[in-house]
Ligand binder design. Structure first.
Ligand code: URA
Length: 484
């Protein structure tokens, strides 16, 4: 068995393979291993040539192999396919060809078809990267790089795409970071770093006017009457959305289209036609929908589309106190449990200070799916719209009827709005408990409001208010019997 150590790149594999063919090494007698890449930055010019540092490239004996143009392109593309076995597999293809077996380049051959599939998948990833990388101009006009982008390619196509952008973006400097490497164009030369992002996280330091224009343009081209969701998601797969500035518009535009904009847009065309006007009751014109059989199956609004899962309430089936939040956050969405993230931890502090325990209370949210917008790699909380709160009242009402708490504590404006089923000002309600659903309600701040305070004393004040509201809820839930 021979071990061949190469750098994880096509040029190194090619040189090593030609040397191995010169020795007539059979594919099954070679173990391909990757060299540790210690160098912080490899440099590549646009006309990149094989790496002369590769051990095999220094070998004096190289086989002369003539492959068809098509096979050469297939090998080159398939080399970017993410598979630890790729170098061994590509050598097997080359070895078969070198020994006169031309069927290896046919899609009907077992190796040939694997090669075609790999190349196809890589070409798709190359196309996606060109289509979905979004450069953002850095806020600091003197900054180098001037433009930055974050992207998560499906295969190792960063170098290929970087060369594409280098040829098209002139002398502007830019940086593309990916989970497996970064490419930096300084205006004249391309620098590749296979180890990860280059120093500094530029992803959020951007205030790009062009981006604002692009978003405005994107919105203006959207025609709800012609919306075809399947085609949209096929052309712009959801997995790329987090890197696209325009993507956060899409769920809202789709749900607007569903909840009326589509009909309105069509109506303007239909309305301009001559004919007799027939009055139709809006209520009866709505399609009749089956009620969802479970929270997981809920499609009453569009938030399910981009949430990991619905997060239902937790706590004793007949808890005396129900704490009502706004909606699950990032951590709740991933874990499926309410109030487990930073706001939940602060709420636990208030619960304990109020002489209660988490196990005693029923914890739930007005909206059961996480609503968010992409910001770089993060999912930023987005306040639910009134129609989403209304749609989710279906589930809250069920919880209220099942648990029948003596006291409901509304944490924040969305919870209060959900409870009262109308938009109100939280400040008008925080001062005194009020009666609702045959029990009491106490309104207070949401714990994330405390987290957003700039200094510690302001945070403590808000936390104190929440604690006092919980103390009040406790007293209302367990009234002391009047003497006599
Ligand atoms: N904020 C909420 O309102 N609810 C949660 O479950 C978590 C954060």
């Amino acid at each position: 068995m021979r071990t061949i150590v190469i750098e994880d790149r096509f040029a190194a594999w090619r040189a090593a393979s030609l040397a191995a063919l010169a020795e007539d090494l059979r594919p099954e007698s070679i173990q391909w291993r990757l060299a540790e890449t210690g160098a912080p930055q490899q440099q590549a010019s646009l006309d990149y040539t094989p790496d002369s540092r590769s051990p095999a490239a220094a070998s004096p004996r190289m086989a002369e192999v003539q492959v068809s143009k098509e096979l050469a392109a297939l090998l080159k593309d398939a080399a970017s396919f993410r598979d630890p076995e790729r170098w061994a597999f590509l050598y097997k293809v080359l070895w078969r060809w070198h020994h006169g077996d031309r069927s290896v380049a046919s899609a009907a051959d077992i190796d040939g078809s694997r090669l075609y599939r790999m190349a196809k998948s890589v070409r798709r990833a190359q196309h996606d990267m060109i289509a979905y990388v979004r450069f953002r101009k850095q806020r600091d006009t003197q900054a180098v790089p001037e433009y930055v982008a974050w992207y998560e390619p499906d295969h190792d196509v960063l170098e290929w795409a970087a060369e594409h952008f280098a040829q098209r973006m002139g002398r502007s400097s830019w940086l593309i970071t990916t989970p497996r490497g970064a490419a930096f164009w300084d205006g004249g030369a391309l620098h590749l770093d296979a180890r990860g992002a280059l120093p500094g996280d530029h992803r959020y330091d951007s205030e790009d006017e062009a981006e604002a224009l692009w978003i405005a343009y994107y919105r203006s081209t959207f025609n709800p009457a012609r919306l075809n969701e399947e085609a949209l998601e096929q052309h712009m797969p959801v997995r790329f959305w987090k890197g696209l500035p325009e993507a956060h518009l899409i769920p809202g535009m789709i749900s607007e289209a569903r909840s009326g904009a589509r009909r309105l847009a069509q109506a303007s065309g239909v309305g301009s036609l001559d004919g007799k006007v027939i009055a139709v009751e809006a209520e009866t014109a709505q399609p009749v929908r089956e009620p969802p059989s479970s929270l997981d199956a809920c499609r009453r609004c569009d938030l399910w589309r981009h949430a990991t899962q619905a997060v239902s309430g937790v706590g004793p089936a007949r808890a005396r106190i129900m704490l009502l939040g706004e909606q699950p956050g990032d951590q709740e969405d991933l874990s499926g449990q309410p109030f487990v993230g930073p706001a939940g931890q602060l709420l636990s502090v208030a619960i304990e200070r109020a002489g209660l325990s988490r196990e005693q209370v029923y914890l739930t949210n007005a909206v059961k799916h996480f609503k968010w917008e992409p910001r770089g790699k993060r999912r930023l909380h987005k306040t639910p719209a009134q129609r989403e709160v209304e749609a989710c009242y279906y589930w809250l009402e069920r919880e209220l009827n099942a648990v029948r708490p003596a006291v409901i504590v509304a944490l924040g404006a969305t919870a209060l709005t959900a409870l009262l089923r109308e938009k109100v000002s939280l400040r008008d309600y925080v001062s005194a408990p009020f009666e609702i659903h045959g029990g009491w309600a106490v309104a207070t701040w949401h714990p994330s409001f405390a987290l957003r305070q700039q200094d510690e004393s302001a945070r403590d004040t808000v936390l104190g208010d929440i604690t006092r509201a919980l103390v009040r809820a406790r007293a209302l839930a367990n009234p002391t019997p009047s003497p006599g």
